[in-house]
Design a protein around this ligand. Structure first.
Ligand code: SF4
Length: 198
C-alpha cells in the first residue's frame, strides 16, 4: 500500500533549503528511506562523492561500511531493507582538511517525523561521534568507550566509529573491534535481513 504521508514528507525533505546559507557546496539532501526498512543507518553527513552522485555512502567509507555489515551494494541500497538517515542530509563542505559537521538544523527539523515512519527497524547502526552524541545526549562518553561497550546496546543498537579512512589509525589501535564486534554485527545484520524478507 502506498505510504502517501511518507512520500509527502520525503518530497518536502528533498525540497528543503532551510540552511542553504551555511552550505557552500549547495543544497542536495542525500538519504535513503522506505517505511519497510528493518535496519537504520545513522551517519554524519554525505561526503563530496555522495553529494555529486546523490547516492549515500558512494565512497571509500561506504565500501568499508558494507564490509563491516557483510552486505553487497545491491542490498545496502535497497531502501526496503536499509534506511540511511545521516544527522545532516546535505554535504556541509570542508574546512581544515576535513568535512564540516552536519548542520544542526537538519536533525532538529526532520529526524522526529522521519523516524516516526520507520516502524519496523530492528537494528540501528550509529556511525561516529555526531550520531552517538545525538543518541546518548549530553552524557555521551567518548566514541571509543561507547563502541567498546557495544554489548550493552546489542542487539537493537550497534555503535560504530565512522568508517572513514581517516579512522584507520583508530582501527589499528583497537583490534577488538575487528575480532569481537564485527562478527557480531554481521551476524545481527544477516539475522535482521533474513527476518525482513517476504
Ligand atoms: S541539511 Fe537538512 S535542513 Fe539543511 S538544507 Fe539540507 S535537508 Fe534542509
Amino acid at each position: 500500500m502506498p505510504d502517501t504521508e511518507l512520500d509527502d514528507l520525503l518530497t518536502r525533505v528533498r525540497a528543503c533549503t532551510l540552511c542553504r546559507d551555511h552550505l557552500p557546496p549547495g543544497v542536495r539532501p542525500v538519504l535513503q528511506m522506505d517505511a519497510r526498512a528493518h535496519i537504520l543507518i545513522v551517519g554524519q553527513a554525505p561526503g563530496a562523492r555522495a553529494n555529486a552522485s546523490g547516492v549515500p555512502f558512494d565512497d571509500a567509507s561506504g565500501e568499508r561500511l558494507r564490509d563491516w555489515l557483510g552486505v553487497e551494494r545491491g542490498v545496502f541500497h535497497d531502501a526496503r531493507r536499509i534506511a540511511i538517515l545521516p544527522m545532516g542530509f546535505c554535504y556541509p563542505g570542508r574546512a581544515g582538511g576535513a568535512d564540516l559537521p552536519p548542520r544542526p538544523e537538519c536533525a532538529r527539523t526532520w529526524r522526529a517525523p522521519l523516524l516516526a515512519r520507520l516502524q519496523h527497524v530492528q537494528l540501528t547502526v550509529l556511525l561516529g561521534r555526531h550520531a552517538l552524541a545525538h543518541a546518548c545526549g549530553q552524557r555521551a562518553p567518548s566514541v571509543t568507550d561507547t563502541v567498546r561497550d557495544w554489548r550493552a546496546h546489542h542487539p537493537a543498537v550497534m555503535p560504530l566509529p565512522h568508517p572513514s579512512p581517516r579512522n584507520n589509525r583508530w582501527l589499528a589501535r583497537n583490534p577488538w573491534f575487528e575480532h569481537d564486534l564485527l562478527p557480531a554485527l554481521r551476524a545481527r545484520v544477516a539475522e535482521v535481513l533474513g527476518n525482513g524478507r517476504g
